[in-house]
Design a protein around this ligand. Structure first.
Ligand code: FES
Length: 107
């Protein structure tokens, strides 16, 4: 299992354990973590699963695809250097302990 911590805009944090291969978006939905809307269900066409990746883990991720990069321009909250779409990141052992910030708005 892969430990993933979701941090809300108010600073409260929740750690969950995901099976490898589960997207970080799906992990939020499955565990009732608020703030990840995921209107398109993971098809990379809604930008409502936006998260901020803790800098310590950013370098472990594959670069965003051109499609994800384009969708990141459409996020509701501020796009930052560590912005990613959580539906495009799958839990894996190398990401164990990853920390994600949830933005204050998704729509
Ligand atoms: S769930 Fe729609 S872009 Fe991620």
């Amino acid at each position: 299992m892969v430990r993933v911590t979701y941090v809300q805009p108010d600073g409260s944090a929740r750690e969950v354990r995901l099976s490898a291969g589960t997207s970080l978006m799906q992990g939020a939905l499955d565990n009732g973590v608020p703030g990840v809307v995921a209107e398109c269900g993971g098809a990379c066409v809604c930008a409502t699963c936006h998260v901020y990746i803790d800098e310590a883990y950013l370098g472990l991720l594959d670069k965003p695809t051109p499609t994800e990069d384009e969708m990141l321009d459409a996020v509701a909250a501020e796009r930052r250097d560590n912005s990613r779409l959580s539906c495009q990141i799958k839990a894996s052992e190398r990401l164990d302990g990853i920390v994600l910030g949830i933005p204050d708005e998704q729509i």
